[in-house]
Design a binder for this molecule. Structure first.
Ligand SMILES: [Zn+2]
Length: 451
């Protein structure tokens, strides 16, 4: 921890009131009926009900009559610059035949699509491609949003720090272009790669302890690095007060990540009881990323021309992913929502991940917590966001429908009626209003490689 922290007082800003039918505050407490929130500048100042808080005459009121307020959602694992299947027809072109400069524009576009759907915070876990890591490009998108020159969600950027021949490098067919990957081997080289990513401005160091989507049938079991290497990466992240995120498909990888002191572990395809117990004990955060394991995602990838090898692999690991999720949930593993969106071509559909959790046994409230309080805790942002509480930043969405009765109501844009980040409304789809972050609709944009 830093030895001291100087906190500059922030300007108070105007006082406003937010009224709605219901409040789900993201703490897990029972919903509040007829809530009234007093906002001051970027923050929530006071929370009460219409009986308890008297709104002064002529005060500015955001009236969300009939709507449910809840914290802006957080996707703790996605890749805004991975593919562009919304704007390209062909997966291979989208992945490999695009310049970093154009890719960066799509990264912003993808982040805005998620933002428009109520995701006010995204953790982008970066990428390693033949175009390089794009850590600096991702950081620039984050910084442009933070500077207020473009609209978008709060972003945390992961710098990809992996060995040569790590899982994504191995994607078949082998005839594919292999140059341009930025990898490192051995603890000191990996420390240098982590530091280079940190120099570029990343918030998180991301690494991979095991194989993954690119490795074939037996190979999720391959170890991706030595214990000494993973220890070096996690240590480097912590030395800079950053979070270390570790991709693990197997119990061996999970144990290596725990041993290294990882802050979040990603995917969890396979599991064993002994390791699951250790995960529970450690209280480490797990992001399940089940959305891109669904049949729908596999079909979408197929339609975009994904290689049969990858499709087979996705189908093959699907039941393991579901079973591991059920088991880890039952065992009491700390779960934060992450979609791995970016592989799945439907950017903005992040809330479908919650439906998968509910289908696999989570109560809707628990599922909502994974995308609010839990995700904020996993990202160490919980002092500022993740719940609607006095003193926290006003990241709030207003939803038509009751997500506790029907978790799917979070999936439709028309239901996400207000998206507020730090007290400012970016999307407003209440009756008579039509403010969006993204104003082009699917079908209106060009499918670039169709020409
Ligand atoms: Zn990922």
């Amino acid at each position: 921890m830093p030895l001291f922290k100087v906190k500059t007082p922030e300007p108070k800003g105007p006082t406003r009131y937010l009224k709605a039918a219901t409040l789900i505050d993201g703490t897990g407490k029972k919903p509040v009926q007829d809530p009234v929130l007093e906002l001051e500048g970027r923050r929530v100042k006071r929370i009460g009900t219409k009986q308890g808080i008297r709104i002064p005459p002529r005060a500015e009121v955001v009236d969300c009559a009939g709507l449910t307020l809840m914290p802006g959602m957080i996707d703790a694992h996605l890749h805004t610059m991975m593919f562009n299947c919304l704007t390209f027809h062909n997966y291979r072109v989208a992945q490999w035949e695009i310049t970093p400069e154009l890719q960066q524009m799509y990264g912003l576009f993808h982040a805005q699509l998620c933002f428009d759907m109520g995701f006010t915070t995204l953790r982008d876990l970066g990428l390693n491609s033949s175009r390089g890591l794009l850590t600096a490009e991702l950081c620039a998108v984050r910084d442009a949003i933070n500077a207020g020159i473009v609209e978008g969600p709060r972003m945390l950027i992961g710098g990809f720090t992996v060995i040569t021949g790590s899982h994504l490098d191995l994607i078949n067919p082998r005839a594919m272009q292999r140059f341009g990957f930025q990898t490192a081997d051995g603890p000191w080289e990996l420390r240098k790669l982590a530091r280079t990513n940190l120099l570029a401005g990343c918030d998180i160091v991301k690494t991979c302890a095991t194989g993954g989507g690119g490795t074939d049938k037996e190979e999720p079991d391959i170890r991706n690095m030595t214990q000494e290497e993973i220890n070096a990466i996690v240590d480097e992240a912590h030395a800079f007060h950053k979070v270390a995120a570790v991709h693990c498909f197997t119990p061996q990888g999970q144990r290596m990540a725990l041993e290294a002191g990882a802050d979040t572990i990603e995917h969890m395809v396979f599991s064993d009881d002994r390791t699951t117990d250790r995960i529970v004990e450690s209280k480490v955060w797990m992001t399940p990323t089940l959305l891109h394991r669904t049949d729908r995602a596999i079909q979408a990838r197929k339609d975009q021309g994904t290689s049969q090898f990858v499709l087979n692999k996705m189908k093959q690991i699907q039941p393991y992913c579901y079973r591991t999720f059920e088991k880890m949930h039952r065992a009491g593993v700390n779960i934060a929502m992450g979609t791995d969106m970016g592989y799945d071509p439907q950017m903005g559909a992040n809330a479908r991940e919650l439906e998968v959790y509910v289908d696999l046994g989570m109560k809707p409230m628990e599922a909502i917590l994974t995308a609010t309080r839990n995700a904020a805790r996993a990202l160490k942002l919980d002092r500022e966001v993740g719940t609607i509480e006095a003193g926290k930043l006003a990241d709030i969405i207003a939803v038509a429908g009751d997500p506790l009765k029907n978790i799917r109501c979070l999936q439709e844009k028309k239901n996400i009626q207000i998206v507020m980040k730090e007290g400012r409304i970016y999307a407003d789809r209440r009756a008579g209003r039509n403010r969006n972050v993204v104003n082009v609709k699917p079908g209106e944009w060009k499918i670039v490689d169709y020409l």
